[in-house]
Write a protein that binds this ligand. Structure first.
Ligand code: WTA
Length: 672
C-alpha cells in the first residue's frame, strides 16, 4: 500500500491480501443473498451443546437468533476452541503489562487461564451464586478482570462490568439496577504512579444495594478495611478450589451480560446481550476484521468496562485462540512513548486504539517515534469516534510506517461487535471513512442517519434491562419498529464507503468515552444551590469533544464552579469533568421550556446565533454572551500576565547576573 494524499482510496498490499481470511469481495454478495443463512453458516464453526432449531425470529421491535441452541462461550474459548485445544493450550492467552516499570509483566497460558477461571467459578458457586444471578465486576486492568468475566460466563451468571474509574455513585446506580448479589473488586490499582484506592469506592458503591458479598483482589497492597461479614479475599476463596468446572449449557437467547452505557437521558441504560449471538459475532468480526492468525499478539487498549475492551480485549481474541495484551496504566506514563515501548517489547502485531489516543501520540511529536521500527505491526485499528483525515494519515505514516492498513471500525455498545469497516485483505481504505458494512450486515442511511435493517445481527442488543419502553423509544421509534436507529449521522461516497459524522443525540464522545449531557446535568443539579444547568460538548484538539457546563445558581457563591466540578467527579467520575463552568442567570429556552443547547454551543464557538424570536427568553442570550466573553477575555489576560511576569523575572535574573559579571564567564555569551 502506498499512500500519502488525502481523500484517496487505498488497497492492501499483495502480502496482506494473501494472508487475509477474506480475499474475495464476492463474500458481500453471498452474504446479502440470505444474511440469515450466512450467519448460520458462520455460527456452525462454534461448538454448540445443541444446535438451534430456528435461526431467526422477528417480532418487531424484538428479534432472536439461534433459537433453541445451547452454547457456552467459555467452552469455545477453552476445551472446544475452534483452533483446537491441543494447539492452543500451551500458548499465551494473556500478556499483562503492569503500570510500574519495576514490576514484571505476566504471561498466562490458555491452560493456566482455564484453571484460574474454573477455580473462581467453583468459588462463586460455593458462595451460592447461581445461573441467571447478576454479579458486578468493578476491577481495573488486571488479569483477574478477565478471570472474573469468564468465570461468570462458565456458570451462566450474568456479569456487568463497571469501569473502575467510575465513581462509587455510578457503581451504586448500576448495582441497584441489576440487583447484583456479589461484587468483585480490588484493593487498588496503579494510575500515573499513584495507587487508586478502589476498595473505598466499592464500599461506598455497595451501600443501599443487594450486594451480599464483596470479593477483593489484592493488587496494589494498599491498606483496606475488610468487613468480616461481607468481604472476602479473592486469593483465599480460590486457594482450595478444583481447577475444573463444568460449563453450563446456556440457551442462545439467555442473557449473557449487561453493560451500562449513556443514553439520551440522565440514567444509564443496561444494554442486554445474549449468549449465542454475541459469541458468534465476537468470534467472526475479530477473525475477519483483525485477520487473527495463530501467532498474533493483539493489543486493544480499551478497558473491559467499555464495550470495546469487553469484546476485543477479552472475548474475541480468546475465541480466536490468539494472545491478547492488557495494560494496566496510562499509555504516556511514565514516559510519553510507553505505548510504543509496549508494542515493541511484546512484539504486538495488531494495535487497536481510539482517535483520542492517536491525537495524543501525535501531539508528543514524530521525533519520539524515530527509534521505533514497529517491525511486528501489520495492522492498525481505530474505534470510538470519527477519526479525522490528518490523524489517520499520521497514524498510517508514523505508527504503521506506511505498511499497515487501518481498519476504522464503527460500532456501539448496543451492536456488541463491529458492524462497519473495510476488511484488511480487501480494502478499500479511505481516511475518515469507516468503509463497508460487514458481510451479513444490512446498513443504510436514512435522512442522513445511519440505520441497521433486518435481520440485524446475532450480536446486537435484545433490550434495555428492565426498561422495554426505553428500548422501543430509543432505537425503534424514529423509522418504524423494524429499523434500528443508531443515533449516528452518516454519509456514503460514490464507492459506497460509509463515513460516520457523529452522534445526532445528546451523547458526547469524550476521549472516546460515551457520556450524555443529561447525566452530567443530573449530577450537577444534585447540588443544593443549583436551580438548573445545561451541558454541551465543544470540540477539543486531543479529546475530540469535552463538556462545558452552564449553571444557574439559587445564590451565587464564590466557589460554586469548583463545587460543581467536585459534584460531577463524585457522581460520575473524573472522565466527565467539564473544561469550563459558566455561572449564568438564565438559560435560553423554547416556549415549551426546552433548554436550547444549540444556542449555547454557538455562543462558545462565536457563531452567528440566527433567529432568536422563537425563544421564550431571548434576553438571556446577551447576558450569557457577556459571561462567556468575560471569561474568555479573563483567560487571555491571565495568559498575558503569566508571559509578562515570566519575562520580567527573566530580565531581573539576567540583570543581576550581568551586574555581577557572571555572564561574562560563560564562553560565547557576552564575551568578545
Ligand atoms: C461512535 C464504542 C466514528 C459512534 C464501540 C457510536 C464511531 C458510538 C466509531 C458508540 C467510528 C464508534 N467512527 N464514530 N469508527 N466507532 N463511534 O457505545 O458515535 O461507547 O454511536 O461504543 O461511538 O459508542 P460506544
Amino acid at each position: 500500500m502506498n499512500m500519502l494524499k488525502k481523500g484517496e482510496l487505498y488497497y492492501p498490499s499483495s502480502t496482506t491480501r494473501k494472508k487475509a481470511w477474506v480475499k474475495n469481495k464476492n463474500i458481500y454478495q453471498e452474504a446479502n443473498k440470505d444474511p440469515v443463512l450466512f450467519w448460520e453458516k458462520l455460527a456452525r464453526e462454534l461448538f454448540w451443546f445443541e444446535k438451534w432449531n430456528k435461526a431467526f425470529e422477528h417480532k418487531a421491535p424484538y428479534f432472536k437468533w439461534f433459537l433453541g441452541g445451547k452454547i457456552n462461550i467459555t467452552s469455545n474459548i477453552f476445551e472446544k476452541n475452534p483452533q483446537g485445544w491441543e494447539k492452543i493450550k500451551k500458548k499465551t492467552a494473556l500478556i499483562w503489562e503492569p503500570e510500574p516499570t519495576t514490576e514484571k509483566p505476566k504471561k498466562i497460558t490458555y491452560r493456566e487461564l482455564f484453571s484460574d477461571v474454573c477455580r473462581f467459578a467453583n468459588a462463586l458457586k460455593k458462595l451460592g451464586v447461581k445461573k441467571g444471578d447478576r454479579v458486578g465486576i468493578y476491577l481495573p486492568m488486571i488479569p483477574e478482570v478477565m478471570v472474573a468475566m469468564l468465570a461468570c460466563a462458565r456458570i451462566g451468571v450474568v456479569h456487568s462490568v463497571v469501569f473502575s474509574a467510575f465513581s462509587s455513585n455510578s457503581l451504586k446506580v448500576r448495582l441497584q439496577d441489576t440487583e447484583a448479589k456479589v461484587l468483585i473488586t480490588a484493593d487498588g490499582y496503579w494510575r500515573r504512579g499513584k495507587i487508586v484506592d478502589l476498595k473505598q469506592s466499592a464500599d461506598e458503591g455497595v451501600k443501599e444495594t443487594k450486594v451480599e458479598k464483596v470479593i477483593v483482589v489484592k493488587r496494589a497492597g494498599n491498606n483496606v478495611s475488610l468487613d468480616s461479614q461481607k468481604d472476602l479475599w479473592f486469593h483465599e476463596i480460590v486457594k482450595n478450589e478444583k481447577d475444573f468446572c463444568e460449563a453450563e449449557p446456556m440457551d442462545a437467547e439467555d442473557t449473557f451480560f449487561i453493560l451500562y452505557t449513556s443514553g439520551s437521558t440522565g440514567k444509564p441504560k443496561g444494554v442486554v446481550h445474549t449468549c449465542g449471538g454475541y459469541a458468534v459475532q465476537a468470534y467472526w468480526t475479530g477473525k475477519w476484521i483483525f485477520d487473527f492468525q495463530g501467532g498474533d499478539i493483539f493489543w486493544c487498549t480499551s478497558d473491559p468496562g467499555w464495550v470495546t475492551g469487553h469484546t476485543y480485549t477479552v472475548y474475541s481474541p480468546l475465541l480466536n485462540g490468539i494472545t491478547t495484551l492488557m495494560f494496566e496504566g496510562a499509555p504516556d506514563w511514565p514516559k510519553p512513548d510507553r505505548w510504543a515501548q509496549t508494542i515493541e517489547k511484546h512484539k504486538v502485531n495488531i494495535f487497536y486504539t481510539a482517535p483520542t489516543a492517536i491525537r495524543m501520540f501525535e501531539k508528543y511529536g514524530a521525533a519520539l517515534l524515530k527509534k521505533y521500527k514497529f517491525k511486528n505491526l501489520r495492522l492498525l485499528g481505530s474505534v470510538g469516534e470519527p477519526i479525522d483525515e490528518s490523524s489517520w494519515l499520521w497514524y498510517f505514516t508514523e505508527v504503521g510506517k506506511k505498511r499497515c492498513p487501518i481498519v476504522d471500525t464503527w460500532w456501539q455498545t448496543e451492536t456488541g461487535g463491529i458492524l462497519i469497516t473495510s476488511l484488511p485483505g480487501l480494502g478499500p481504505f479511505k481516511p475518515a471513512f469507516a468503509g463497508l458494512a460487514f458481510p451479513g450486515v444490512q446498513a443504510d442511511i436514512k435522512n442522513g442517519n445511519l440505520v441497521i435493517l433486518p435481520p440485524f445481527t446475532p450480536g446486537m442488543l435484545r433490550g434495555i434491562y428492565k426498561n422495554p419502553q426505553k428500548y422501543e423509544e430509543t432505537y425503534w421509534s424514529s423509522y418504524g419498529k423494524d429499523v434500528y436507529f443508531t443515533s449516528d449521522g452518516a454519509t456514503r461516497d460514490k464507492n459506497g464507503l460509509i463515513r460516520i459524522v457523529g452522534r445526532v443525540d445528546d451523547v458526547l464522545k469524550v476521549a472516546g468515552h460515551r457520556l450524555t449531557t443529561g447525566e452530567m446535568e443530573d449530577a450537577i443539579n444534585l447540588h443544593p444551590n443549583i436551580t438548573e444547568s445545561a451541558v454541551i460538548g465543544v470540540s477539543d484538539e486531543i479529546k475530540g469533544e469535552v463538556p462545558v457546563a452552564f449553571i444557574v445558581p439559587k445564590e451565587n457563591s464564590q466557589n460554586l464552579a469548583q463545587e460543581v466540578l467536585a459534584q460531577i467527579k463524585k457522581e460520575i467520575g473524573p472522565i466527565a469533568l467539564p473544561k469550563q463552568v459558566f455561572v449564568v442567570d438564565d438559560l435560553p429556552k423554547t416556549r415549551s421550556g426546552k433548554i436550547m443547547r444549540r444556542i449555547l454551543k454557538k455562543i462558545i464557538s462565536r457563531e452567528d446565533l440566527g433567529d432568536l424570536s422563537t425563544l421564550a427568553n431571548p434576553e438571556s442570550v446577551e447576558k450569557i454572551k457577556l459571561v462567556v466573553q468575560k471569561n474568555q477575555a479573563g483567560f487571555i489576560i491571565a495568559l498575558l500576565n503569566i508571559i509578562f511576569i515570566t519575562a520580567g523575572i527573566a530580565a531581573i535574573i539576567i540583570g543581576l547576573l550581568w551586574s555581577t559579571g557572571v555572564l561574562e564567564q560563560i564562553p560565547g555569551i557576552f564575551k568578545h
